[in-house]
Design a protein around this ligand. Sequence first.
Ligand SMILES: [Zn+2]
Length: 143
Amino acid sequence: MSEWCQNKKCPEKKNQNQIRGSKGAKYYQSNKSSGYYKYWCSMGCREQWWQEHTDTCMNAVGFIDKQVLSLDDAWFVEYQYNWNSDTQEHNPLYYIRNKNRSVKQLITREQAQSPEDIARDYEYRTIDDTQARELAITLGLAS
Ligand SMILES: [Zn+2]
């Protein structure tokens, strides 16, 4: 790991905040990497790095063939923002869904979310599709 932006052209952005050095010997330096972009300082630097290293990355990760998902297995959990204009409150709704089977069944928040997401009150987050399929089996909707 390095604390510096991994785009070697980062100093070429020539931003005021990148200037260092003493009078007569001033230079632009890389930015530090940001928490959000991890190895880069910005989306622009990440994109520039990616343009240069795409093939290296793909060869390292490996190529995969076409992926398919059977419509019958395509379960997911849907979050719906639900505003009640009478009480001026919202109560989120969660559904387990399978479009191929025309299933849209109301489920509880405890079924729709992980305990961690409930604890953090990330109400829009839902369990992933693999977990949704497991829930569908538990609920007797799939086998
Ligand atoms: Zn940068």
